[in-house]
Write a protein that binds this ligand. Structure first.
Ligand SMILES: [Fe+2]
Ligand SMILES: [Fe+2]
Length: 215
């Protein structure tokens, strides 16, 4: 018997092709229109063009107001950072040192006056931390005194830098006390809406008084 390549090929081509799998039952039920109507998704739902513009949160995307303690902590960071910049300047940078000192003074004036007039009285009543708050008030006066000494010194030399270091140390101690003791106690004892209302009042005061940020 003779076999030709052609006949083998023809025989192979004559095998039935595999059948396409038949759609499962229910397939049509999930079919979607190829050209959905304008303004609808492929499944026929109306298109929400703003669905992903804002994160979906309980506050509908609006950023909640920070607590006053958080804003005061941000001030602390800026003051210490400005003081560090001041301490790392060289002797030839007199103007920079004076400018940074002005920034620290501006920041502290607004910060400590708000603490003394609004935040401390409310925290004192809510937490009963009288001794701590009295210490904090004394430390504010100590910082004022050091700032006055720096401003009064005519030459910005080594002695000036020593006083600047004393100011930084004093403020660091004060800030640590506030952040480790008073602020956590106030956050527990004062209702959230009051902590937020104080933030609004503080920010309004900053804006209304031509506030200048340190750092
Ligand atoms: Fe403070
Ligand atoms: Fe303070």
């Amino acid at each position: 018997m003779r076999w030709s390549i052609t006949s083998k090929t023809n025989r192979a081509n004559s095998f039935p092709l595999p059948r396409k799998p038949f759609p499962k039952r229910g397939y049509r039920r999930w079919a979607v229109p190829i050209s959905p109507a304008a303004g609808t998704t492929a499944s026929g739902r109306p298109v929400d063009h703003h669905a992903f513009d804002q994160p979906r949160t309980k506050t509908n995307g609006a950023r909640p107001m920070q607590f006053i303690t958080e804003i005061l902590k941000d001030d602390h960071d800026r003051v210490l950072s400005a003081l560090d910049d001041m301490l790392s300047t060289s002797q030839s940078q007199d103007d920079t040192r004076r400018q940074l000192l002005d920034k620290v003074r501006d920041e502290l004036e607004l910060h400590t006056s708000f603490e003394e007039e609004v935040f401390y009285p409310e925290a004192r009543e809510a937490t009963g931390l009288d001794a701590e708050i009295n210490d904090d008030l004394k430390e504010h006066r100590e910082a004022d005194m050091l700032l006055d000494r720096l401003s009064a010194m005519s030459s910005i030399g080594e002695r000036w830098m020593d006083v600047a270091k004393d100011l930084r140390d004093a403020l660091e101690h004060h800030i640590r006390d506030e952040q480790n003791e008073l602020f956590p106690a106030a956050e527990k004892a004062i209702p959230s809406d009051r902590l937020q209302a104080m933030s609004r009042a503080y920010l309004a005061r900053k804006n209304g008084e031509g506030y200048r940020q340190a750092g």
